[in-house]
Design a binder for this molecule. Sequence first.
Ligand SMILES: NC(=O)c1ccc[n+]([C@@H]2O[C@H](COP(=O)([O-])OP(=O)(O)OC[C@H]3O[C@@H](n4cnc5c(N)ncnc54)[C@H](O)[C@@H]3O)[C@@H](O)[C@H]2O)c1
Length: 300
Amino acid sequence: MSKVGIIGLGHVGSDIAYTLCTKCQVDELVLIDKNKEKVIAEYLELTDSMMMTEVKTTILLHEYSYLNDADIIVISVGSQSIDNEDRVSELSDNARSIRQVVPKVIASGFKGIFLVITNPCDVITTLVHRESGFPAHRVIGTGTSLDTIRMKRVVGEKLGISGQSIGGYVLGEHGESQFVAWSSVTVGTQKLLEFTKLSEEELEEMKEATRLGGWEIHQRKSWTSFGIASTVSRLIQSILKDEKRIYPLSIYHEVENIHIGYPAFIGKKGIIKSLSLDLTSKETVLFEQSIAKVKKYVNH
Ligand SMILES: NC(=O)c1ccc[n+]([C@@H]2O[C@H](COP(=O)([O-])OP(=O)(O)OC[C@H]3O[C@@H](n4cnc5c(N)ncnc54)[C@H](O)[C@@H]3O)[C@@H](O)[C@H]2O)c1
């Protein structure tokens, strides 16, 4: 029996609910948004679409008490206040929402895993960790998981091969200070930088195409949702099935006392352990700069 809650049923939360229902990935789904009419509308749409699937997901609406025995709660509240191409512009509105929502979740008796999407993702994940008082391994942000997928697509396109054959990670903030750890990027098992010759300019162009991947979509339709919905649906499966797979996620950095994008194994108990990457000195500096940015906004 699996149960997932989604709090925040805008573009992102609705697309996650649709992905989970149509792929029949969870037994029970709890849908919560401050806009109750929107929740009812999405419930009706999901019920219609499930008529074409073989397994039924039971959908419960509105009540935080239903989250009591959930395995995972997805936090996807938002404020539609993104501007200046920087996700930190959403911080004050979304931090306020987190301070409203998390105490209600805790009051429900929830003992599962928080999966945080809301931007600025690393800062908000840190706030959820602090507000909830949960152990760090049960508070996970989607971090640079989507950025890493974009990097693989961009590198694959550059090389004329499938991005699914590319390994490696985007690290740091899910935001402007993120960077591609080129030393981690592979083609199959071979290091990218040994597989082919690429100039500094070409690497910089691919990093920028990755960083701007979300904005390319956002400036044309004002939101992004399919990519993150597919990513979150996959992360939920990895947790529920205890897959112990590695993803770059916003995870707790003990020394810095914040969450930041770094690869880790996840399973049914949440974060199992992080990878130990052998970053170059340049990458280490970029990581430190990204940590400094997240810390600045956490302590804002
Ligand atoms: N981490 C990622 O990779 C990633 C990708 C895409 C979007 N996002 C972020 O996800 C968030 C949601 O994006 P969206 O496009 O769905 O936004 P949206 O504005 O369409 O939806 C946000 C929903 O949250 C609800 N909400 C706000 N405050 C609430 C509260 N206190 N209690 C209950 N519900 C509340 C709103 O009513 C709304 O339905 C944003 O912060 C966005 O930047 C993150």
